[in-house]
Design a protein around this ligand. Structure first.
Ligand code: GLN
Length: 497
C-alpha cells in the first residue's frame, strides 16, 4: 500500500500546503494507479501531461511563498457530464463524439462553474469518468464506452450513473471526485463502492456547465473516502452563481466545522417504509447496526412514517423522462458532436439518422417515455399527476422534519449486483432506486456513507443514507462524521491494494 492512500483529504492538503508533499508526486502516484487499474474502466479520458503541469504550477507557487487554496494540489476526477474546456465531454454517449476525429469527444467552449471553483481552490483535474449515458441508469452499464467494474468484486456493477467517479475514489485513483445526482446517481454508487457521496440540496451547487438530464432534479456533488473530505469539497463548489438562476443565494455553511459537532441531542427518524420487501437482510442488519452506533453516540432514534414513499419510483420516472425528452432535443446533429448525413437527405432525415446512431437504447427508451407522458391526451394522466404526487412526497418530508432532524435509511436495497443482471429488465433496475428517489423529488440534501462490509460471497460494502431538510447540509455532515468516528474506516477494496 502506498503512502497517500489512507491519508485523509484535509491531511493531504495540509501536507501540500506545508511543503511536506509535492503535488507533482501526489498526482504522479495517482496517475500510475489510474493506469494500473485501467481494466476497471473508470475513466473515459485522462490527460497526464496537463495534470502534471498543473501540479507543478501549484508546487511552484508554494515555493514562491504564495498561500494555496483549500484543495491545494489534490487530484480530482470529474464525471463526464460536467463541461471542461481542456478535456472532452461525452456523457458516455456516441452522440457527443466530434465528427472530426471519431474517437474524441465534444470539447466544451467553457468550464462549468464547479470546475472554475475547483481550479481556483488549487485542485488538479486528472480526468473524466465513466457513467451511464446522459446519467440515465444505476449501474454504469449504459455507457457507450463499456461498463465500469466494482473494485470490491469486478464481476459486479459499481452502481450508477456516476460509477466511474465512485470507483476512482474507492480504488484510490483520486482522493476526491465529482458526480451528479438526479435520482441517486451519487448516493447509490457511493453505497455500492464503499465511499462517501453527497447529494446537496437542489440549488445549493450551480448546474452551469452540467449537461442537463432532468433540470428540476439535477445536482452536482462530491465523492471522497471520508466525510470531512466531502464537506471540504462541497464548501468549495457550493454557492450562488448568477449563471444558474436556480442556484440559491443562501450563504454556504461551514460544512467541515460541522463535522465536529457530534450528534448529542440530535433526533434521527427511521421510516419503516424504507425497510420493506426487497431489502436484502444483510443490508437491513448493517443499516440497523449503523443506526445503533448513532444512538450510542448520543442521538435519539424515532420511528416515523413516510406514506408516499412507494410512489417515488413511478413519479420520478415520469418527471425525469419528461424533462429529459425536452433537454435532449438539442442533440440533433446541428450544434453538438455527431452528425449523420446521407447525400441528398433532408434536414428531418438528418436529425433522425443522427439521433438513431448517436443515442443508446436506454436513452431512446427515456426519450420515448418522456415524449409520451407529455403528449396531449396523456399529459394529465401522467405528467400532471406525477407533479401532484411529487408535492405529496415533499409533504411527507416536511411533516417528518417537524419531528426529527435527520432521517436514516439504507441507500440501496441491495449490495452491488452482478454486471448484466438487470440489463434486460429495466423495471428491476428502476426499482433499485427506490430509497434514493423521494429525497430527489423533495429537493432535500442527502449523503451515503459506508457503514459495514457484508459477505454474501466476498466482502461488499453497505451504504447508510442520511437525509436532512433543504440547506441543512451542516446537520448532515455532523451526523455522518459522528457515525464515521464510531464505525471506523472500511479497508481498501482488494483490487486497489
Ligand atoms: N438511476 C436513476 C436513473 O436512472 C438516477 C440517475 C441519476 O441520478 N442521474 O434515472
Amino acid at each position: 500500500m502506498s503512502s497517500t492512500e489512507q491519508r485523509s483529504l484535509s491531511q493531504t492538503v495540509a501536507d501540500v500546503q506545508a511543503g511536506r508533499l509535492s503535488s507533482e508526486a501526489l498526482v504522479r502516484e495517482h496517475l500510475q494507479r489510474i493506469e494500473r487499474l485501467a481494466p476497471l474502466n473508470a475513466f473515459l479520458h485522462v490527460d497526464s501531461e496537463r495534470a502534471l503541469e498543473a501540479a507543478r504550477a501549484v508546487d511552484r507557487r508554494r515555493e514562491q511563498g504564495q498561500s494555496l487554496g483549500p484543495l491545494a494540489g489534490v487530484p480530482i476526477a470529474i464525471k463526464d457530464a460536467i463541461c471542461t474546456q481542456d478535456a472532452p465531454t461525452t456523457c458516455a454517449s456516441k452522440i457527443l463524439r466530434s465528427n472530426a476525429g471519431a474517437r474524441e469527444g465534444w470539447l466544451a467552449p467553457f468550464d462549468a462553474t464547479v470546475i472554475e471553483r475547483l481550479r481556483s481552490a488549487d485542485a488538479v483535474l486528472v480526468g473524466k469518468t465513466n457513467m451511464d449515458e446522459f446519467a440515465m441508469g444505476s449501474s454504469t452499464e449504459n455507457s457507450a464506452y463499456g461498463p465500469a467494474k466494482n473494485p470490491w468484486d469486478t464481476t459486479r456493477a459499481p452502481g450508477g450513473s456516476s460509477g466511474g467517479s465512485a470507483i476512482a475514489v474507492a480504488a484510490s485513483m483520486a482522493p476526491a471526485s465529482l458526480g451528479s445526482d438526479t435520482g441517486g446517481s451519487i448516493r447509490q454508487p457511493a453505497s455500492l463502492c464503499g465511499v462517501v457521496g453527497v447529494k446537496p440540496s437542489y440549488g445549493r451547487v450551480s448546474r452551469y456547465g452540467l449537461v442537463a438530464f432532468a433540470s428540476s432534479l439535477d445536482q452536482i456533488g462530491p465523492f471522497t473516502r471520508d466525510v470531512r473530505g466531502s464537506a471540504r469539497v462541497l464548501e468549495v463548489i457550493a454557492g450562488h452563481d448568477p449563471r444558474d438562476p436556480t442556484s440559491l443565494s443562501a450563504p454556504v455553511g461551514a460544512y467541515e466545522a460541522a463535522c465536529d459537532r457530534g450528534v448529542r441531542g440530535l433526533k434521527i427518524g427511521v421510516p419503516r417504509e424504507y425497510f420493506g420487501s426487497g431489502l436484502q437482510p444483510q443490508v437491513e442488519r448493517a443499516v440497523s447496526a449503523a443506526i445503533d452506533d448513532l444512538e450510542r453516540a448520543g442521538a435519539s432514534v424515532h420511528d416515523i412514517e413516510m406514506p408516499h414513499t412507494r410512489y417515488g419510483v413511478a413519479t420520478y420516472y415520469v418527471i425525469a423522462t419528461a424533462e429529459a425528452s425536452s433537454n435532449l432535443a438539442r442533440f440533433d446533429g446541428v450544434r453538438f458532436g455527431l452528425r449523420v448525413e446521407e447525400p441528398g437527405a433532408d434536414l428531418t432525415t438528418m436529425y433522425g439518422s443522427t439521433r438513431d446512431a448517436g443515442f443508446g437504447p436506454e436513452v431512446k427508451r427515456r426519450i420515448l417515455l418522456g415524449t409520451y407522458v407529455l403528449s396531449s391526451g396523456y399529459y394529465d394522466a401522467y405528467y400532471a399527476k406525477a407533479q401532484k404526487v411529487r408535492t405529496l412526497i415533499r409533504r411527507d418530508f416536511e411533516r417528518a422534519f417537524e419531528a426529527v432532524d435527520v432521517i436514516a435509511t439504507p441507500t440501496s436495497p441491495t449490495v452491488a449486483f452482478r454486471l448484466g443482471e438487470r440489463m434486460h429488465d429495466p423495471l428491476a433496475m428502476y426499482l433499485g432506486d427506490i430509497y434514493q428517489l423521494p429525497a430527489s423529488l423533495a429537493g432535500i440534501c442527502g449523503i451515503s456513507l459506508p457503514c459495514r462490509l457484508v459477505a454474501p460471497e466476498q466482502p461488499l460494502p453497505v451504504g447508510l443514507q442520511l437525509l436532512a431538510p433543504a440547506l441543512q447540509e451542516e446537520t448532515l455532515f455532523a451526523a455522518a462524521a459522528a457515525h464515521e468516528a464510531a464505525a471506523g474506516p472500511l479497508p481498501q477494496p482488494p483490487v486497489a491494494i
